[in-house]
Ligand binder design. Structure first.
Ligand code: DAH
Length: 368
């Protein structure tokens, strides 16, 4: 570093440019191999003995008043150059610390978020139905006995009402049984909420969290997710239900997939059916996953039971005594319900439901 301060003879713009270009070049050379940024800073910007200060004093003193402004502007530019060199490592510099910051250390990594595999599956299922003209409805997770069971035609002592299956909210005994609160055991109560609130036609899907007093194992969790569907209109038949679900299963699992419907029972549908799809692992030939049957049971469905329409009508008549929107002589409907975890496990070959809730990044990152 040359510390000599040569006096300026001329103060015209060209002479100033030459003098400052020499200084700028000196700064450039020093920053190209900056080993001690603090020493560099003191050398140029030190308050008392800094080179900039000394030069500016020497040159300003001898400068004619009309040149002071031009001189000042060039000093500021030089100062900015020095400060910029201190903020960023100089180009070509092999040194990695600037002002005590080791720029080779990994920075704060901000990984973009991804939808959780369960949410992703839920979106995929819901979107199949959106394309069929369905809209989405949501309902509360803390539900009353009326919506969760009574209006859905669950007989008084149906085992599903039993505390073995249902997680009930404490201290509800003093309430009338229909108002007692519980954690909803399925998304079906939102069917009731929707029909009470709106007249047909209805085409909705209801994704959401449900709770059961189940011990956790590889395929069970006390909290899981379902997607419910409801379609109510004039002339809705069982073949509409079959066609809709057959289409949905093909959209989700591939167009080769076949569906079949088995008689089943749900209190809120009549007739009811379980839907099976041809095994997506063996193509229906029979394997360990489908217990060598070639079929996998996936969801429940059925035609809305007239008793459900009756419960809905009774509620709607509390507001409008002549309401007849859900007269089973005029309208019919179908409903279905499926478990999201089960479908996500099949789609992605997940063998333990617990992975979904573990928060283990090694598992979750596979869905990025
Ligand atoms: N709510 C039933 C359950 O959790 C699933 C279900 C079956 C829903 C048939 C429906 C249906 O809407 O029609 O097991």
């Amino acid at each position: 570093m040359s510390d000599e301060i040569t006096a300026l003879q001329h103060f015209d713009d060209a002479s100033l440019d030459t003098a400052f270009a020499a200084l700028a070049e000196q700064v450039r050379r020093e920053t190209a191999s900056l080993s001690d940024p603090e020493a560099f800073r003191l050398h140029w910007l030190g308050r008392k003995q800094g080179r900039l200060k000394l030069i500016s004093e020497a040159w300003l003193k001898s400068a004619p008043p009309e040149a002071k402004r031009a001189l000042g502007i060039r000093f500021n530019q030089l100062k900015e150059q020095i400060e910029a060199a201190l903020e960023a490592p100089a180009a070509g510099s092999s040194k990695t610390t600037v002002q005590g910051i080791d720029i080779t250390l990994p920075g704060t990594l901000r990984t973009p978020g991804i939808p959780h595999p369960l949410l992703k599956t839920m979106h995929e299922i819901v979107s199949v139905f959106h394309h069929l003209g369905y809209s989405t409805n949501l309902g509360p997770q803390v539900e009353s006995d009326f919506y969760n069971f009574e209006a859905l035609n669950f007989p008084e002592n149906h085992p599903a009402r039993d505390t073995q299956d249902t997680l009930v909210i404490a201290s509800q005994q003093s309430r009338p049984s229909r108002d007692r609160l519980l954690m909803r055991t399925h998304t079906s109560p939102v069917q009731i909420r929707t029909m009470i609130a709106q007249a047909p036609p209805i085409r909705i899907v209801i994704p959401g969290k449900v709770h059961r007093n189940d011990a956790a194992d590889a395929t069970h969790s006390p909290i899981f997710h379902q997607i419910e569907g409801l379609c109510v209109d004039t002339n809705i038949t069982f073949s509409d239900l079959k066609g809709t679900l057959d289409h949905a299963m093909k959209a989700l699992f591939g167009s080769d997939v076949k569906t079949r419907f088995f008689p089943s029972f749900f209190p809120f549908t009549e007739p009811s059916a379980d839907v099976q799809i041809s095994c997506i692992f063996c193509g229906g030939k029979g394997c360990r996953k489908c217990k060598h049957s070639g079929w996998i049971e996936l969801l429940g469905c059925g035609m809305v039971d007239p008793a459900v329409f009756a419960a809905v009508t009774a509620e709607r008549r509390k507001v409008n005594p002549s309401d007849d929107a859900y007269n089973p002589e005029k309208i019919t409907g179908f409903a279905f319900g499926m478990g999201v975890e089960r479908i996500a496990m099949m789609l992605h070959g997940v063998s333990d439901i617990g992975h979904f809730y573990s928060g283990d990044m090694r598992f979750l990152e596979q869905f990025a």
